[in-house]
Structure formats: C-alpha cells, structure tokens
Write a protein that binds this ligand. Structure first.
Ligand code: PEP
Length: 254
C-alpha cells in the first residue's frame, strides 16, 4: 500500500491562536492508516507552538518558505537553520503565490532547494502552469523548463528526499481542479523529466510527487486512487476543521 501525504498549507490565514486550536483538533482525528502522513504548515510565528504540540504525535511540521543563505544581513528573512531549530522537517518552496507576488524565479527556487537539502530539510518544490499555458497546450514545455532550471546540476546525497508539488496555478484557490487522471498523467511526465536529470532509480526512490490545487473532501478520493499521485498539498480545505477532517477521513480510504 502506498504512503499518502496530506500537506496542509495554512497560508497567511491562521494566527497563533487559530493555528494552535486547529492543530489540537487535528491531533484528535483518528488516523486509521498510520503510514499515511499529515504535515501541518503554519505561519512562521506559529511554527514553534504547533511543533511542540504535535511533537509526540504522528503529525509532522512544515514551513511555508525560507531564505537560501545561512545567515547575514537579510532583514525579514528566515534561514534553514532557524527552521530546523523550530522543529521543522519540510519546507514549501516556490509556491505560485510567492512567484506571483514576490517574483520568485526558478533560479531562486533552485537556490532554496539546495539550501534546504544542505540543512537536512525536505523541500516541497512547487511547479505548475498558468491557465493560458494550459490552454495553449504548451504546459509540458513549461513544466520541463521549471524542472530543468530548479534541479540543474544538483548533486543528491544518497537517501535525501525531495517532494515536487504539481500545482496548476489556475487551480489554486479557485475551486477548479484538474481531474485525477490528468493530474496522474502530469505526474508521470514530471517523473520522466526527473529521471532524465538524475536516473529512474533516483526519480522513484528519492522523489515524492504530490498534487495541489483546490483539493477538497469531494475530489480527494480520485487523487488517492491514482498510483502516481503520492499525496496532496491542500490550502483552503485544510484551514477549517470540518473540511480538513472530512478530507483526512476520505484520504484514508486508500
Ligand atoms: C496551495 O496553497 O498550495 C493550494 C493548493 O491551495 P488550495 O487548496 O486552496 O487551492
């Protein structure tokens, strides 16, 4: 049976009080498939508290971003070591909202990916096409360009893990999602591109490919059933207890 990851991106929507409240409630949700993983990604200011709450539970902690330098005059930024110190295991990198509002490029995402790996964090690297790119039919080229730039010349030590979140930009926070079969097709393509850069063994054993974009308790079942889809990155539906609980329950019916 595959291990299925449900990664909750709480974005800039939950403050400390709400993050703690939701984390406490998520801890109580019965996990029937112990091997499936649930990762909570609160804002920086809630990382430590949420981290200590979930410490002795099967839940894991992720951050929503980080800077690529180790230390220095980078006002407002958070280093990989700071995340490690707060108990973080995963870090979302290159989310389309950051690419859009903060102009993050594939080059920057590549630097951040290297810094995360160097510091023992598991990067969750987001890639995906815009609505126009999908309409124009050239999204395969877009995806392979992103993969090539982010992972260019990357040397992987044995055993390191990297997540790639395939998130069609037009599907994020819009209620529109790609059907599971089309998402699985994109995942296959992504794994093939990764195989070309590294090897098929590395692509299979070191990379976990997940889908993101308006996943909710109704659409989740389709994604769990596709062998190629190893998990989901969830924004909106993971920010309220009722919808998150329903989604977790459904994702256990693998
Ligand atoms: C996301 O934030 O990565 C995401 C997929 O959001 P949503 O589920 O709200 O589309």
């Amino acid at each position: 049976m595959k291990i299925f990851f449900t990664i909750a991106n709480w974005k800039m929507n939950l403050g400390l009080k709400d993050s703690v409240k939701l984390a406490r409630a998520v801890i109580k949700i019965k996990n029937n498939h112990k091997k499936n993983k649930i990762v909570l990604c609160p804002s920086f200011t809630s990382l430590e508290r949420v981290g200590s709450l979930i410490k002795r539970t099967p839940l894991e902690l992720g951050a929503q971003d980080m800077f690529w330098e180790e230390r220095g005059a980078f006002t407002g930024e958070i280093s990989p070591a700071m995340l490690k110190e707060a108990g973080v295991k995963y870090v979302i990198l290159g989310h389309s909202e950051r690419r859009n509002y903060l102009k993050e490029t594939d080059k920057i995402v590549g630097l951040k990916t290297r810094a995360a790996l160097k510091n023992g964090l598991i990067p969750i690297v987001c890639i995906g096409e815009t609505a126009e790119e999908r309409r124009a039919g050239n999204y395969w080229r877009v995806l392979s360009g992103q993969i090539a730039e982010i992972f260019r010349d990357l040397k992987l030590s044995p055993g390191v893990r990297i997540f790639v979140a395939y998130e069609p930009i037009w599907a994020i926070g819009t209620g529109k999602f790609l059907d599971a079969a089309a998402a699985a097709e994109a995942h296959l393509f992504i794994r093939k591109k990764i195989s070309e850069i590294f090897s098929s063994t590395v692509a299979r054993s070191n990379f976990t490919i997940i889908y993101g974009g308006s996943v909710d308790s109704k659409s989740i079942l389709g994604f769990t059933k596709e062998q190629e889809i190893q998990g989901v990155l969830v924004g909106g539906a993971a920010q309220k207890l009722a919808s998150f609980k329903e989604l977790i329950k459904k994702s256990q019916c693998l």
